[in-house]
Design a protein around this ligand. Structure first.
Ligand code: AMP
Ligand code: GLY
Length: 435
């Protein structure tokens, strides 16, 4: 591997990209770091380029040539599904992330379900529909509870876990009832605890890259609508070494083999959303990128340099790459969102106290949806900040994260107060029984 620093372009503007920028900028291999478009958080670690239109692939190629970019790291799913990595590769520019064809694992639920069926990958039973009447008939045959999903990118928000048949029918009508047409997947409802599982892939091989638990519902006690994620912690102890092995053998391995056999090998981050059922881990869905806010709890715990691992995956050969986490470390992040999220939110309210949360509170405050307005930092999105702390247990990380968050002065924001609660209870039970 070349030890010469290389210029890196990171694509994206959320909390995940701030966490990636934080980790990439620490690498001795990183020369100049550019972030397009970036946010006020990423500006602390690199040069933001809001002027670069990421959807204009020719412009991204021209930028990479002009700035001698040696590696492009794509954070979010949309540019992957749009084929940014393909167009960069065609121009001879190395990029981390899957091709458009491989990103279908996230972009099309129907595609993933078919791959699972072909390779006996454990997942919920399903059927795909493009017409209203057959979908309604299938629902009635199966009964509730049942899960209805739009087939396409919906940032985790196109899913209805319907407790009753009328609720399921309403979800189906909302997707298929209109003029525009659409497609949906109806799934068996799985029961168990969810976990996020990350694997770094080079097209044929995979290295496990951590576990985490997200909190998708907007309110405490897992109530209210689904969001992009209101907080997370890592590692997820519920993913035991035996479960990790099962996930690698039964889910990640066959997926890579299946994608390679189709002529569309997967490289990048394969993020499996798992349900840990009584019958073993089952795949709920794939994402083809780091999670947000999961990246905010993975990056701060890394024990090695992220950049050689990203480079090796992008080059298609992970041989010799060792990447893992500080032993005994835990991290927890609490998302601060603007009032009204996941619905419409007001922008422009001032946020103060981030420096105090970081210096006195010992947290890392990742920016997700903020903007500079003169000297002021203001809210500029739904999810606005991710307040992250490390500890020797999830409980310790959680206490630190909430103490730091209390120093942030932003009356228009809100957060969940129970992030990591289940894990902290497990830790307490383990301590009580001496485990
Ligand atoms: P997805 O966008 O596919 O990750 O779905 C969003 C959320 O819906 C998941 O995190 C689960 O909480 C829930 N969900 C999705 N599919 C199922 C299923 N088959 N059974 C139970 N819950 C599900
Ligand atoms: N935290 C969920 C996601 O990144 O899709």
């Amino acid at each position: 591997m070349s030890a010469r620093p290389l210029n890196i372009l990171l694509v994206g503007s959320g909390g995940r990209e701030h966490a990636l920028a934080w980790a990439i900028a620490k690498s001795p291999l990183c020369g100049r770091l550019f972030v397009a478009p970036g946010n006020p958080g990423t500006a602390q670690h690199g040069e933001n380029r809001p002027d670069l239109t990421v959807s204009d692939h020719a412009a991204v190629v021209a930028f990479c040539r002009a700035e001698a970019i040696g590696l492009v790291v794509v954070g979010p799913e949309a540019p992957l599904v749009a084929g940014l990595v393909d167009d960069l590769a065609a121009a001879g520019i190395l990029a981390f992330g899957p091709t458009r064809a491989a990103a279908q694992l996230e972009g099309s639920k129907g595609f993933t379900k078919e791959l699972c069926a072909e390779h006996a990958i454990p997942t919920a039973a399903f059927a795909r529909f493009t017409a209203l009447e057959p979908a309604l008939a299938y629902l009635r045959e199966r009964g509730a509870p049942i899960v209805v999903k739009a087939d396409g990118l919906a940032a985790g928000k196109g899913v209805t876990v319907a407790e009753t048949l009328p609720e399921a029918e309403e979800a189906v009508r909302a997707i298929l009832g209109g003029e525009a047409g659409g497609a949906l997947v109806i799934e068996e409802c799985l029961f168990g605890e969810e976990a996020s599982f990350f694997a770094l892939c080079d097209g044929t091989r995979a290295i496990p890259l951590g576990t985490a638990q997200d909190h998708k519902r907007v309110h405490d006690g897992d109530r209210g609508p689904n969001t992009g994620g209101m907080g997370a912690y890592a590692p997820a102890s519920i993913v035991t070494p035996a479960i990790e092995q099962a996930v690698m053998e039964r889910i990640i391995g066959p997926t890579l083999a299946g994608m390679a056999a189709r002529g569309t090998p997967f490289s990048g981050i394969l993020y499996a959303g798992l349900m840990l059922t009584d019958e073993g881990p089952k795949l709920i869905e794939y994402n083809t990128r780091f999670g947000d806010p999961e990246a905010q709890v993975l990056m701060p715990r890394l024990s090695g340099d992220l950049v050689p691992a990203l480079l090796a995956a992008a080059r298609g050969d992970l041989t010799g790459i060792v990447i893992g986490f500080e032993p005994g470390s835990a991290a927890l992040t609490v998302v601060m969102a603007a009032a009204g999220y996941p619905g419409p939110v007001a922008r422009g309210s001032e946020i103060r106290g981030i420096a105090a949360a970081e210096t006195e509170g010992g947290a890392i405050v990742f920016h997700a949806g903020t903007r500079r307005d003169g000297d002021r930092l203001v809210a500029d999105g739904g999810r606005v900040l991710a307040v992250t702390a490390l500890g020797s247990s999830v409980g310790q990380a959680r206490a630190r994260a909430y103490a730091a968050l209390a120093r942030i002065d932003w009356p228009q924001g809100f957060c969940r107060s129970d992030i990591g609660g289940r894990e902290v209870a497990r830790e307490a039970a383990g301590a009580a029984t001496g485990r």
